[in-house]
Design a protein around this ligand. Structure first.
Ligand code: BYC
Ligand code: FE
Ligand code: FE
Length: 491
């Protein structure tokens, strides 16, 4: 494998300097990425020094580098995980043949589409989160937000590298379009639904990084099983970054729950209004946010029966999670999947060809992982001595994609009448009043060691530092404004 070149204009371990044309094309794209970052990246913090982790290698020590840097000076690089000698196509019609090092001509369009869809989510999420810094509950959280943002920027680089390297002129055009589309813009929206929804407050951010980034984790795991080796290698390295995003989301929600439980204990009440009056987020509101972001994110797996998914698998472009370890039959041509379908008020089991069920199989793994997350959140309630529990809604609840969309289901997955949905909706999903309330709590707290009243401090800081530490050093010109926040608790 090429060695890591950190001094290059674009840090990389793909020997970029040996391919002048490619290097020039990427160096042309770099200032446009930069313009996009300044326009659509974190607003109001580009001049500040943020304690960020930068990839310097793909090995075990690759993440050892932490430093205070201005985000526009972050070293976005191109890093592929090491090639595995003798790697074969892990699934589909070409199972067992040597993995592709070049794009297989007959699958070019399909492969480009997968890469563009993956790529599009990365800048989309940065756009969705661009205003959150202004309401951060602590310096620690502010730093974590920015760490996630710069890494999503690097994920865009990872995909643009593939487009430029393997798809010629159309690849370069796709790379331009990735900087042109905008989250939530009706004229040029991002490709997938959830990435056009506003992330207006930090509870949404923590739910997004729990549930939407977790779709990212599972899609990347499926792409790590691609027979197109460069895609497999780049997604394998992206997964190491994804782990931190999962951490930010899960511990973020966990800390909100912890604070709420403490308030319930202190005040000796479960009354949501009382919790709200004391500046906490009541559990029913947390549950509604959970319902909203889980049900939105679960759409991202696509239709339950998908000929696209069957083609991707057959072509060996996208496998199942841990394809080689967990399955015996990697061709999956004669097998079936039992899909629950709803006819009238009855749930029936229908046999569908296994290859057409690949989206649903990945969704099964995702739902299982989400169940574990909710279990861990419930342990926080249990430890605080609270009897309340959060639940993951059924996958049929509130869908707007696939066979369960177009008719209502309750959070347990039972088909219900439209009138029942109308009557219960505000108990199950955040209302405008919920969102307004949560937003009203979002007052920035950017002083060292302080934390907003609606969330508990973390157990520990980043990279061995305390929670009370200067994770972001504000530029002199804006420090006064940023530190003039209302007094609040110390962490
Ligand atoms: N919204 O055949 P079907 C991440 C489209 S997240 C809107 O059932 P398919 C990240 C679909 O494209 C991971 N449209 O779907 C997270 C198709 O369009 P056409 C992102 C949707 O193709 C947080 C049509 O509906 N990576 O990394 O089997 C922060 C029929 O659908 C949606 C990937 O997604 C939707 N939710 O599966 C930062 C991996 N769902 O053909 C980053 C690459 C489906 O009618 N993508 N459609 O034009 C794929 O593998 C597949 O495209 C999908 C969809 C799994 C997304
Ligand atoms: Fe990402
Ligand atoms: Fe992510």
């Amino acid at each position: 494998m090429a060695k890591v070149d950190l001094a290059a204009r674009i840090p990389n371990n793909v020997d970029l300097s040996s391919d002048r044309r490619l290097q020039r094309a990427l160096e042309d794209w770099q200032p446009r990425f930069f313009d996009w970052w300044m326009e659509m990246g974190p607003e109001g913090f580009q001049a500040d020094q943020v304690y960020l982790r930068t990839a310097i290698d793909v090995g075990r020590d690759g993440w050892a580098h932490f430093d205070h840097v201005r985000m526009p000076e972050y070293r976005w690089g191109i890093f592929l995980a090491p090639a595995e000698e003798g790697r074969v196509i892990p699934c589909g019609d070409h199972f067992g043949q040597p993995a592709w090092q070049k794009v297989p001509g007959e699958y070019r369009n399909m492969l480009r589409r997968i890469i563009v869809t993956q790529a599009d989510t990365e800048p989309a999420s940065v756009e969705q989160q661009r205003l959150l810094g202004q309401t951060a509950p602590s310096l620690y959280d502010l730093r974590n937000l920015f760490q996630v943002n710069v890494e999503e920027g690097r994920h865009l680089w990872a995909m643009v590298y593939l487009l430029h390297t393997y798809f010629g002129r159309d690849g370069r055009e796709e790379a331009e379009d990735l900087l042109r589309r905008r989250s939530g813009n009706p004229d040029s929206p991002r490709i997938l639904g959830t990435f056009n929804e506003p992330v207006e407050d930090w509870l949404s951010f923590f739910m997004f990084t729990t549930f939407t980034d977790r779709d990212g984790k599972f899609q990347l795991l499926a792409l790590a099983e691609s027979g197109f080796d460069p895609l497999s290698r780049t997604t394998r390295f992206m997964l190491t970054e994804e782990a931190h995003h999962m951490f930010v989301g899960e511990t973020g929600v966990g800390r909100v729950i912890e604070r709420t439980a403490d308030l319930m204990n202190e005040l000796k009440t479960e009354d949501p209004d009382a919790i709200r009056a004391h500046g906490g987020i009541d559990l029913p509101t947390i549950q509604r946010y959970l319902n909203r972001w889980f049900s939105s994110s679960i759409n991202l797996f696509g239709g339950e029966q998908s000929s696209n998914a069957a083609h991707y698998f057959a072509a060996g472009l996208k496998g199942r999670y841990k394809e080689l370890e967990r399955f015996e039959d990697h061709v999956a041509l004669d097998a079936a999947y039992e899909l629950p379908t709803v006819v009238g008020d009855e749930v029936r089991r229908e046999q569908i060809p296994l290859r057409n069920a690949m989206n649903e199989i990945l969704r099964d793994d995702y739902v299982g992982d989400c169940e574990f997350v909710v279990d861990r959140w419930n342990r926080t309630l249990e430890k605080a001595g609270r009897p309340e529990r959060l639940t993951l809604p059924h996958r049929r609840f509130n869908r707007d994609m696939g066979i369960y969309s177009g008719r209502p289901f309750d959070p347990e997955g039972r088909p219900i009448a439209p009138e029942v949905w109308e009557a219960q909706r505000d108990r199950w999903l955040p209302t405008r009043a919920d969102v307004d309330f949560v937003r009203s709590l979002m007052q920035p707290e950017l002083r060292v060691g302080r934390i907003a009243g609606w969330i508990a401090p973390p157990r520990k800081g980043i990279n061995g530092n305390d929670f009370a530490w200067e994770y972001v050093r504000f530029d002199k010109s804006s420090a006064g404004v940023k530190l003039g926040a209302e007094p609040s608790r110390t962490g």
